[in-house]
Design a binder for this molecule. Structure first.
Ligand code: AMP
Ligand code: GLY
Length: 419
């Protein structure tokens, strides 16, 4: 099969790396890709925001499946347009991607389907939102509606912080601005992934992300500074509850509404004293979670994605390696505010040659002279695999230390919750 993968991050390198191992794969294209995906297939420079260009490429290259990595093309309706042109695509429709694109939409669906989540209220009016914050007290959570790449959320410890967050979002009188204010939940966070074919959901695996930029969960939120899988907090019992109480009711509610969900459903969970509760949904693989899921997956990814697209997940079976995986994100100095690009990355071969190590590229670029340089915020995801999370961590850090990149930094404590 000829496959086109959309995206250019560490997640897409991990997907490309895994797709390239499929016996079903004939040719892999990645648009736009990065120097890592170039090792797994052919990068093509099409502008993926121009859907007609993507469709024309698929027709010309006889693409059998398009795999959409990031959220933006999903929310923009790329999958709908591909399907309308008779091209198979892995990922939700624009209507189903609202589970990620709109927090208010997801909250309403949770109420309708009885899915455990934080109590909430939505506001478009600044004074009304402030009055609600004063009445509820702190801690309290203020979220901008719409896509914010995990950065539009303020967990306010005090009423003053919450009022400031309300003011930031609604104070300017921006037309159409909307926020969700929620109850603060307490517990340990975990990411949980399931494949969904519109009707059937199959559990993939759990992982744990590290959203804050600094050691000990300090500093601003990022897209994710490291992850490991499985997450010990998601026991078999918790996983069964997540499927029964959160994932399956969501799949049923989406189908009932006439907007069935197809693709990968990524639940951000809080494992509270009374059980798992939904923080938010994403409608794609996580980054860097994908960089620990793919090395652990034994089954053929391409076969699974095809079963998802074709509505055949009820007969799919999944195999996982026994090992744990842990990834450390190597980011450009200045990330997340102002990452410094163009710095030279050396000795990558030393790291990639290590046993149990895979180095995924995210924001890298090859200069015309062939030298690898930083070209984004999160630049590399260095994954270690071993029998235990601790050994996987040791492998990942050993590889990180072997990379010669003074322009980069990383957290030193990835995996601390599990260790
Ligand atoms: P989100 O973009 O909704 O995933 O939120 C980003 C982060 O804010 C989450 O990963 C949590 O750490 C935190 N968060 C969001 N909502 C809540 C909540 N209701 N209670 C506690 N923490 C939350
Ligand atoms: N690592 C979190 C995300 O992909 O949204």
């Amino acid at each position: 099969m000829r496959v086109l993968l959309i995206g250019s991050g560490g997640r897409e390198h991990a997907l490309a790396w895994k797709l390239a191992q499929s016996p079903l794969l004939e040719t892999l294209f990645i648009a736009p890709g990065n120097p890592g995906t170039a090792l797994c297939g052919t990068n093509v420079s099409i502008d993926v925001t121009r859907h007609a260009e993507v469709i024309a490429f698929c027709v010309k290259e006889r693409i059998g499946l398009v795999v959409v990595g990031p959220e933006a093309p999903l929310v923009a309706g790329l999958v709908d347009e591909l399907e309308a042109s008779g091209i198979k695509a892995f990922g939700p429709s624009k209507a189903a991607a609202r589970l990620e694109g709109s927090k208010a939409f997801t909250k309403e669906l949770c109420v309708e389907a009885g899915i455990p989540t934080a109590a909430y209220a939505r506001f478009t009016e600044c004074e009304a939102a402030k009055a609600y914050v004063r009445a509820q007290g702190a801690p309290i959570v203020v979220k901008a509606d719409g896509l914010a790449a995990g950065k539009g959320v303020v967990v306010a410890e005090t009423v003053e912080q919450a009022l400031a967050a309300v003011e930031d979002n609604l104070g300017g009188g921006v037309p159409g601005a909307e926020i969700v204010i929620e109850e603060c939940m307490f517990g340990e966070e975990a990411s949980f992934f399931a494949l969904v074919d519109g009707t059937n959901a199959v559990a993939l695996a759990s992982a744990q992300d590290h959203k804050r930029v600094g050691d000990g969960d300090t500093g601003p939120n990022t897209g994710g500074m490291g992850a490991y899988s499985p997450a010990p907090v998601v026991t078999a019992e918790i996983e069964a509850r997540v499927m029964a109480e959160i994932i399956n009711p969501t799949v049923e509610a989406m189908a009932r509404r006439g907007t069935p969900f197809k693709g990968v459903l990524f639940a951000g969970l809080m494992i509270t004293a009374t059980g798992p509760k939904l923080i938010e949904y994403n409608t794609r693989f996580g980054d860097p979670e994908c960089e620990v899921l793919m090395p652990r997956l034994k089954s053929d990814l391409l076969a699974l994605l095809l079963s998802t697209v074709e509505g055949r997940l009820s007969t799919a079976s999944l195999d996982w390696r026994e090992e744990a995986a842990l990834t450390v994100v190597f980011a450009a100095r200045g990330y997340p505010a102002k990452p410094q690009t163009g710095t030279v990355i050396g000795s990558l071969e030393k790291a990639t040659a290590m046993t149990g190590v895979t180095v995924f590229h995210a924001g890298t670029k090859r200069r015309n002279d062939g030298v690898l340089v930083a070209n984004g915020g999160r630049v590399l995801a260095v994954t270690g695999m071993a029998a235990t999370i601790k050994e996987a961590r040791d492998r990942a850090y050993e590889a990180v230390h072997a990379i010669d990149w003074p322009g980069g930094f990383y957290r030193n404590d990835i995996g601390f919750r599990a260790l």
